[in-house]
Design a protein around this ligand. Structure first.
Ligand code: DAT
Ligand code: MG
Length: 132
């Protein structure tokens, strides 16, 4: 069964959305294989967002993702990576359809509530990074 790495970001945890978001994954048909509440170090954050290092908002996303606990999950299911991305919605909540997690729970790209791996290869890397 395919696996993806999903993480409810600090604003989602602060706003009390863990239950609602986990429910969406369960209702869609995913198995929650592992989950943990954790605080990300600046070092881990910089590795996770290394692909955005040259962006002007890099400093802000590091500050944001380390600002409080995140809820990290390994979700399992058929085409888990692509199905999770569909459930999560487009990066910018303005473009995310209603019914998606970002479409329903976020308004601004800086605080878009949740992360999901963008490829099977990256999912395995991120699972190792956050769970081993
Ligand atoms: P995604 O999270 O949909 O995979 P990404 O990997 O391109 O998108 O970017 C990672 C995160 O960085 C994204 O969830 C929110 C933040 N981000 C992306 N573009 C941004 C922008 N233009 N301004 C502020 N934050 C941004
Ligand atoms: Mg990404």
């Amino acid at each position: 069964m395919e696996r993806s790495f999903v993480m409810i970001k600090p604003d989602g945890v602060r706003r009390g959305l863990i239950g609602k978001i986990v429910t969406r994954f369960e209702e869609k048909g995913f198995k929650i294989a592992e989950a943990r509440l954790m605080t990300i170090s600046e070092e881990l954050a910089s590795v996770h967002y290394a692909h955005l290092q040259s962006k002007p908002f890099f400093g802000e996303i590091i500050e944001y993702i380390t600002s409080g606990p995140v809820f990290a999950m390994i979700v399992e299911g058929h085409e888990a990576v692509r199905n999770a991305r569909t459930l999560i919605g487009f990066t910018n909540p303005v473009e995310a359809a209603a019914g998606t997690i970002r479409g329903d729970f976020a308004t601004i790209v800086d605080y878009n509530v949740i992360h999901g791996s963008d490829s099977v290869e990256n999912a395995e890397i991120e699972i190792k990074r956050f769970f081993e």
